[in-house]
Design a binder for this molecule. Structure first.
Ligand code: OKP
Ligand code: ZN
Length: 353
């Protein structure tokens, strides 16, 4: 019994010193390198995890599969351009590019393609909150995570039944031309896009937070069905998106399904929501499935409000496995570092074969 676990050491290059919480409070950066380290260590201790590194090569065009060129340019070059403008750097932590201005609503569209010209403030154009700053190693880490997703997708394209990408930083909040929510390149969308060469693909996002970036990328796409089960955006991040009436547009109308659930959601309710998702999926009849996996639905997650326990992840995984589709699993969130190890093992084991 084995399951390929695709993992790259590049995640270590991304380690913002803090995050700016609600009320301007300085908090630890929850999306820490420790997360990946802990999950990897727990997986190593199993008999079935077959840990592999991403395919060799630079693969710098990979993010362009799902992101706009000007955005990818900024994630790649924005930090060094900003540093070269000699910003006043604070003391006590490494240089960190936080934007201080954002385009007001309706001003954004006009600036498309020009925001990059203003390296010292341009990043405000490309990010929708303060949780995705750029540091020196951010691009390398984000590209490394994208390579993990690509490799897992290629394994499944070439015959593996399932493959897991241990991506860090995560990706599901990153849209065509924006970062946010700890995300830079949308690893889940990259995997789905690659798999879509063979036919239609379903994405199911079971992270606690709405997968707004994935929704944005496939908004007008009827070849990739996007489904997200998440905390009601009236009650939690990303607050302004993730409502049930967002169903896709143009040719993609009807190919996005949001299932918001209330704070306090238990495993039992969660499994019911999952059945709703499956009903839509069966109608769609994809050849492959991408699961955006988050363990922030866990009861003791420090930033979330659902009530799942470790055994619920086994039940959720068994239901997903029973769909009997070639499956790429992509890691998104989960911030309780005590529990991440046991939860990732519990969830992935049903996919080992
Ligand atoms: C990323 B992923 C906590 C504020 C949370 C950002 C959350 C991003 C979640 N005080 N802000 O979906 O797990
Ligand atoms: Zn999340």
């Amino acid at each position: 019994m084995t399951l390929p676990i695709v993992h790259s050491e590049t995640y270590r290059r991304h380690h913002p010193a803090f995050e700016i919480g609600s009320g301007g409070r300085i908090m630890p950066y929850y999306e820490s390198p420790q997360r990946a380290e802990i999950m990897l260590e727990a997986l190593r201790a199993t008999s079935w995890a077959k840990i592999v590194t991403p395919e060799e090569g630079r693969h710098e065009s990979l993010p362009l599969l799902v992101h706009d060129g000007d955005y990818v340019w900024f994630i790649r070059n924005g930090f060094k351009e900003w540093l070269a403008t000699n910003p006043l750097l604070p003391e006590g932590y490494p240089p960190t590019y936080y934007p201080s201005s954002f385009p007001p609503p309706r001003a954004r569209r006009r600036l498309k393609g020009e925001a990059r010209l203003n390296a010292s403030e341009g990043y405000g154009y490309y990010t929708f909150d303060l949780t995705a700053p750029l540091i020196e190693g951010t691009y390398e880490a984000a590209l490394g995570a994208a390579k993990c997703a690509m490799t897992a997708a290629n394994l499944v394209l070439y015959g593996d039944r399932s493959a897991y990408a241990l991506c860090r930083p995560p990706g599901h909040h990153a849209g065509r031309d924006f970062s946010g929510g700890y995300c830079y390149f949308n690893n889940t969308a990259i995997a789905a896009k690659i798999l879509s060469v063979r036919g239609s693909v379903a994405v199911i996002d079971i992270d606690y937070h709405h997968g707004n970036g994935t929704q944005d990328i496939f908004w007008e796409d009827d070849r990739v069905l996007t489904i997200s089960i998440h905390c009601d955006p009236r009650m939690d991040y990303p607050y302004f998106v993730g409502f049930a009436d967002e169903v896709g547009g143009g040719a993609g109308e009807g190919y996005n399904l949001n299932i918001p659930l209330p704070p306090g959601t238990t495993g039992e309710w969660y499994l019911e929501a999952l059945e709703l998702a499956f009903d839509r999926m069966r109608l769609f009849d994809p050849w492959a499935l991408v699961i955006a996996v988050g363990f922030d639905t866990y009861g003791d997650d420090p930033i979330s409000k659902f009530d799942l326990i470790t055994s619920d992840y086994v039940a959720v995984a068994q239901r997903l496995r029973a769909l009997n589709l070639p499956t790429v699993l992509v890691q998104e969130g989960g911030y309780n570092t005590e529990a991440l190890g046991k939860n990732v093992v519990a969830f992935l084991e049903p996919f080992a074969e």
